[in-house]
Write a protein that binds this ligand. Sequence first.
Ligand code: SF4
Length: 694
Amino acid sequence: VVDHGQPENSVVTTCAYCGVGCAFKAEVKGDQVVRMVPYKGGEANRGHSCVKGRFAFGYANHKDRVTEPMIRNSIDEPWQQVSWDEAVNFAAKRIKDIQQQYGQDSVGGITSSRCTNEETYLVQKLVRAAFGNNNVDTCARVCHSPTGYGLKTTLGESAGTQTFDSVEKADVVMVIGANPTDAHPVFASRLKKRLREGAQLIVADPRRIDLLNSPHIPGGQHLMLMPGTNVAFINSMAHVIVTEGLAADDFIAERCEEPAFQQWKSFITEQRNSPEAMASVTGIDAETLRAAARDYANAENGAIYYGLGVTEHSQGSTMVMGIANLAMLTGNVGREGVGVNPLRGQNNVQGSCDMGSFPHELPGYRHVADATVRHQFEQAWGVTIQDEPGLRIPNMLDSAVAGTYKGLYCQGEDIAQSDPNTHHVEAALRNLECLIVQDIFLNETAKFAHVFLPGASFLEKDGTFTNAERRISPVRKVMAPLGGKADWEGTIALSKALGYDMDYQHPSEIMDEIAALTPTFSGVSYQRLEEEGSLQWPCNDETPNGTPIMHTDQFVRGKGFFAITEYVATDEKVNKRFPFILTTGRILSQYNVGAQTRRTANVDWHEKDRLEIHPHDAEDRGITEGDTVEVKSRAGQTVLTATITDRVQPGVVYTTFHHPESGANVVTTDNSDWATNCPEYKVTAVQISKVAEV
Ligand code: SF4
């Protein structure tokens, strides 16, 4: 630890890692941030932080930062440093040439949940206005797109229902497919406090998460289900609640669509959805499941928190709807202490989705086929917007492999490392004739790029992030962008080179446009954020002070909708050749693909991705702690170091994906959620074999 002495200045800003959205004071000396101090006035963190956030400034000045724009004619050539003008003109000419040759729809863009609301808004605007198509998608595609679909279908809004404060009123907390201690540490602290006060914990997860290991939290139930069986589990929970007469009948009669509920009730009460029938699928003992269902249903306030262990499945959207069904069934929506709470992985997943980064939706989750909404944007932007949805990320990649998709603008997202089936992704990227990467590091995706635009870290720009509780918080510039432009300025430069002028002097003007065009944001402005610190959307004339709890009197869609959630087994089947299921997760000190955390002073940054194996399976295969193990799937193979632990059950192995050399996504497959194409990262059939002893 370097002692930098007294800081000269401090700036309050928002952490750029996870969806908790902690506020920090960035302390500055000269042109360097020397310390990040958790800010007591931050509504999401109240003066707390985790190890990632405290050290986050480390990567901003890392020697690996690329600060000059670069171009090259082909990916076999060395990079050539050029001015910003030369870089964007080179990119614009290529994009135009591609569109001339292959058609208007042969190019597109990907926004990042690491960037600000204003920046993602501009990228989708560039794609729609300057490229002239709807081929824009966000990295939320590969994490929480099923949340958007599932919650909009059932409740009417693609967002979590609560504020983080709400957990303090919960009596029973069900955590499904999430590991808050590692992935959302500051929220986990608040949750643990409530559990220490006596709230009951139910965890549904294929792996024993740390929350269950705390000696100060007595009696947590662990429903250790098999990966890929979430929907079977949630259906059997609902079956118990209905058949044992534990449903909130008055709430359902008043707040939910009657015909849909009756249809769903007939489905859910079928014997095949009982815990006894589903036990052989989920692996959960029927009586244990019945007890958990009774506890949740009988709670005065039952809250559900879930993560990527819910969404990253072939039935991710079905499971999100199943969770919403369960909350409505028990009346656990619309007040403090309850709700359906997606724990968002990245800092601005919620925001990037809100900002219209989807190929089918304009800002505020309004479909591109809605002529009235489209007309509003067309008037404001002076262009015609296509009325058909564009390509999702997996469609872009497939089309690139097929040779019909040729140009991509990728801002702040490393799809070569983070998307599944690396071989397929690389084949797609190799086929592009213009890949523009805008990032702070020369990441894995940039290996296939023709244009590199230097990105700016969260410390180098103004803007806003929106966290998992829909809280819009300011991001404030602490130091000048090392590459000369913040990301939003880079997008404007590219757009101008393409012939479409965007005239903004500051991100506050972009937010003013967002507010003017998006009803849920109409009460948001930088002035109010300065005065009030943060705002939770919807924030408009009806709810001028923002909305901590949604769906209080009625659901956003009017009546709540019970969706039929038929369990369908994943295609990723175990067999003699691939007898194990690989599932994936995160560790506390690392963040996603690790591009930032691996370049900070986190004490554990060097901790490698390892393969967890149950002792029985390890013994069967002669594997001991520290051995090198080959993991092979239908998509590819990699090599990892073994850790023997009963945190996983027999037949299941587990790893993290923070280091590119570990190659977890070389192994994961193209399987994806039926509704949104969110990849099924959590279920991959693999074989394992020892290749070297420790
Ligand atoms: Fe807070 Fe998440 Fe940042 Fe940790 S990583 S400081 S929990 S926002």
